[in-house]
Design a protein around this ligand. Structure first.
Ligand code: ADP
Ligand code: MG
Length: 237
């Protein structure tokens, strides 16, 4: 599903955090929202999924204006940095939860949980509690829960930040595999340029509440649009 953001502004009190931002994300594309801490990446993501209201501007999914729709009417799956799994529920119940809320029939729930567990490779973990899982396994469960309702759009906010270096590498390629296998439109928020470059079709680089360059990763390295872009790419974290 194509995402179109036009002249988006977001303020908290007197502070303008997003300034007249516009961005088009193609259907089936995985786009990185990259930039330094505090530049407004998470605010943008929360506005796309509807947790935050935009102060001005328009947000469209396909041809539909969703600017005023509540989160549950946007059909978006979200994975946050801290996986926020329900600790008292086993993996199966965690994944089934969004379907139970929608009162889907038990056989349908069972079919969908099995299907998504196979996709993210956690079939053998369904009876475990989150505390009995590694960080990478928890992240897989969070992905399964986000995808089980077959959302049009997948939003990922620093999904690898809590993982150690080895798991981070593994989950980079796993998230990309799952995105490509499902063909879902995805937005990855990250401050890590290597992550953005290795996982995404295009990068939108942000600075102080606006996008300063959007293009393919290689293009950004070959032709940085400003000193800020060159400086950001030249100083890996
Ligand atoms: P990033 O994800 O790029 O690190 P954020 O979108 O979280 O940045 O934050 C951008 C700016 O907006 C920061 O200066 C932050 O302090 C501010 N901000 C974010 N959320 C709120 C909020 N709920 N209330 C007030 N200020 C906020
Ligand atoms: Mg953030």
């Amino acid at each position: 599903m194509r995402i179109s953001i036009k002249n988006f502004t977001k303020t908290f009190g007197d502070t303008t955090v997003i300034k007249d931002m516009s961005l088009e994300i193609e259907s089936g594309e995985m786009l990185a929202l990259l930039g330094p801490s505090g530049c407004g990446k998470s605010t943008t993501l929360f506005s796309i999924c509807g947790i935050h209201r935009m102060n001005a501007g328009r947000l469209q999914f396909g041809d539909k204006d969703v600017s005023k729709r509540p989160p549950q009417e946007r059909n978006v799956g979200v994975v946050f940095q801290n996986y926020a799994l329900y600790p008292h529920m086993d993996v199966h119940a965690n994944i089934a939860f969004p379907l139970k809320v929608r009162k889907e029939p038990r056989t349908e729930i069972e079919r969908k949980v099995r299907e998504i567990a196979a996709l993210v490779h956690i079939e053998e973990l369904l009876q475990r509690k989150p505390s009995q899982l590694s960080g990478g396994q928890q992240q897989r469960v969070a992905l399964a829960r986000a995808l089980v309702r077959k959302p049009d759009i997948l939003l990922l906010d620093e999904p690898l930040a809590n993982l150690d270096a080895k798991l981070r590498l593994e989950m980079r390629s796993e998230i990309r595999r799952i995105q490509q296998q499902t063909g879902i439109t995805a937005v990855l928020v990250t401050h890590d340029q290597v992550e953005a470059m290795s996982m995404c079709d295009r990068i939108a680089l942000m600075n102080k509440g606006d996008i300063v360059q959007v293009c393919k990763p290689k293009e950004m390295y070959d032709n940085p649009a400003s000193d800020f872009v060159a400086g950001f790419l030249g100083n890996p974290p």
